[in-house]
Design a protein around this ligand. Structure first.
Ligand code: IMP
Ligand code: MG
Length: 257
């Protein structure tokens, strides 16, 4: 049996180790908290997509303890990883003006941190696309905002929060391809491999995570928790009893015609 102190030491040590390795093109897996056997597997991989399994050693801030079960990826880990991704993007896109196309709403925090690290000339636009699913299941895709900038002949960086089944990115990639850009590269903060139903890969990936529903840093559950500065997992009770999402009814939508 492990004591709580040992577990804390273990978590802190390996969280630091993983942060360090994160800058050195490695992949790491941390065992789940509470697991009896503590083993760590470190595998060298060609492109860096760290798998973060099990809670981070970071404590959930007091304000969020009622609803958030644990921190999966801390603010510091996110910031460090985004700096590294930005360097890769700058290297690949230098010499031409790029158009960053970001998907609303989940990318807001990620995008802001990403582009402030991109020391390149760029133009920014958004596509609103939503899967009006219930809770943690995705539903039918609805385009809520069209692209405004012309991307013909341009280098496009398509940014999304998470690549899960792949439905969203496949749909947007098709929409963009029809506009004849020079090339499209895809950048996501997170990817989950388990539920992929479409053949699509991202060129830049922050973290690969296991098949669990995460919130924070722009990602929501029933439109809440986007403002968490870290990525976390909610307590089961929150998923079971969501506060209903209130959307503007068609009758009340502002008309510009
Ligand atoms: P996909 O179309 O299945 O790849 O899913 C993409 C969209 O599903 C993302 O842009 C998110 O809005 C949502 N999504 C998928 N997994 C999660 C999650 O774990 N937390 C929050 N949103 C998620
Ligand atoms: Mg989204």
């Amino acid at each position: 049996m492990q004591s709580a102190a040992f577990r804390l030491f273990f978590d802190r040590f390996f969280s630091r180790l993983i942060n360090y390795l994160g800058n050195n093109e490695c992949q790491a897996t941390i065992p789940e908290a509470g697991a009896c056997e503590s083993t760590v597997t470190l595998t060298r991989v060609k492109s860096f997509t760290p798998t973060v399994c099990g809670p981070s050693a970071e404590q959930v801030p007091i304000r969020w303890r009622g609803e958030v079960q644990h921190v999966l990826i801390s603010e510091e880990q996110i910031a460090r990883r985004i700096r590294k991704m930005s360097r890769d993007i700058v290297r690949d896109f230098s010499g031409r003006e790029m158009v960053v196309v970001s998907l609303l709403n989940g990318t807001v925090l990620f995008l802001a941190d990403l582009i402030r690290n991109l020391s390149l000339p760029l133009r920014l636009d958004f596509i609103g696309i939503s899967s009006y699913g219930n809770g943690t299941q995705s539903g039918e895709l609805v385009v809520t905002k069209e692209l405004r900038l012309d991307v013909e002949g341009r280098d496009v960086l398509l940014v999304d929060d998470i690549l899960d089944t792949g439905k969203t990115l496949v749909r947007v990639q098709k929409m963009l391809t029809a506009l004849n850009p020079r090339r499209i590269k895809i950048c996501v903060l997170l990817k989950k491999e388990a539920r992929r139903i479409n053949l699509i890969e991202a060129d830049y990936v922050g973290f690969e995570i296991p098949d669990i529903f995460v919130v924070g840093y722009g990602l929501d559950f029933a439109e809440r928790f986007r403002n968490l500065p870290f990525l976390g997992v909610l307590k089961p009770g929150v998923y079971q009893n969501p506060v209903p999402t209130e959307l503007v009814s068609k009758r009340n939508r502002v008309s510009h015609s």
